[in-house]
Design a protein around this ligand. Structure first.
Ligand SMILES: [Zn+2]
Length: 65
C-alpha cells in the first residue's frame, strides 16, 4: 500500500493511512501566505504505530507559483 511494503522498524506489513489537518497542514516554508497549504497524510504501522511515511497528495502545488 502506498509504496510501503513493510515497516522498517518491526517488519509488519499492515498499515493504516492517517490524515493530519489544521495546524499540521503543510505550506511553503518561505511563504507567509497559506493558500497552498495541504493536508499531510501518514502511513502508520498497525503493529508498532510508527509513522513509516508522511506525504502530501500534490507536492507540486507547494512549489508552483
Ligand atoms: Zn511497525
Amino acid at each position: 500500500m502506498k509504496n510501503v511494503e513493510k515497516c522498517p522498524y518491526c517488519g509488519n506489513q499492515e498499515f493504516v493511512e492517517g490524515k493530519q489537518v489544521g495546524y499540521a497542514a503543510i505550506s511553503p516554508a518561505d511563504k507567509t501566505l497559506t493558500f497552498k497549504s495541504q493536508v499531510l497524510y501518514h502511513i502508520i504501522c498497525l503493529n508498532c504505530g510508527a509513522v513509516v511515511k508522511s506525504y502530501v497528495k500534490n507536492p507540486k502545488k507547494i512549489v508552483t507559483k
